[in-house]
Design a protein around this ligand. Structure first.
Ligand code: 9YT
Length: 136
């Protein structure tokens, strides 16, 4: 069994920052769970454009207010506590944090640790592909 607290993660190698966000990575590939689990803060006013070409991601908002836009033309969804979105088709999207957002994020395959977005909005390709064996 693995038991960890956010306090143990903060300011370690599992605490990763970029211009618009900070991601505290509670579970990583090396933990062998098949997914990674992140407690992510998106800074107020930030706009983060992403496209996870090599991962699936589910994102659950637990605090803050924001807006999610599918690129290039929408639709747009409000983001507030209790809203979840799942990027099941590697969608190109932008997340606008109107206030500080706190999001619980799950990645399949799991990130390995220090990933930040490349110029394509993606994290680098992992060794193992996405597990979508349950889908057509
Ligand atoms: C919501 C989102 O995708 N933010 C970017 C950071 C990423 N979720 C991470 O690595 O925690």
């Amino acid at each position: 069994m693995i038991v960890r607290t956010l306090d143990e993660i903060c300011d370690t190698d599992s605490d990763v920052s970029a211009a618009t966000w900070r991601s505290r990575r509670l579970l990583l590939a090396r933990d062998g769970m098949g997914f990674s689990l992140h407690d992510t803060i998106l800074h107020a006013g930030g706009q983060t454009e992403m496209q996870y070409l090599h991962h699936l991601e589910a994102v659950y908002c637990v605090a803050g207010e924001g807006e999610l836009r599918l690129l290039p033309d929408g639709p747009v969804w409000p983001i507030s506590p209790g809203t979840m979105y799942a990027l099941d088709s590697h969608e190109h999207h932008v997340l606008h944090a109107k206030t500080e957002l706190r999001m619980v994020c799950v990645f399949n395959p799991p990130v390995t640790g220090r990933e930040v977005h490349g110029p394509d909005g993606a994290y680098p390709a992992p060794d193992e592909p996405c597990d979508r064996t349950d889908r057509a």
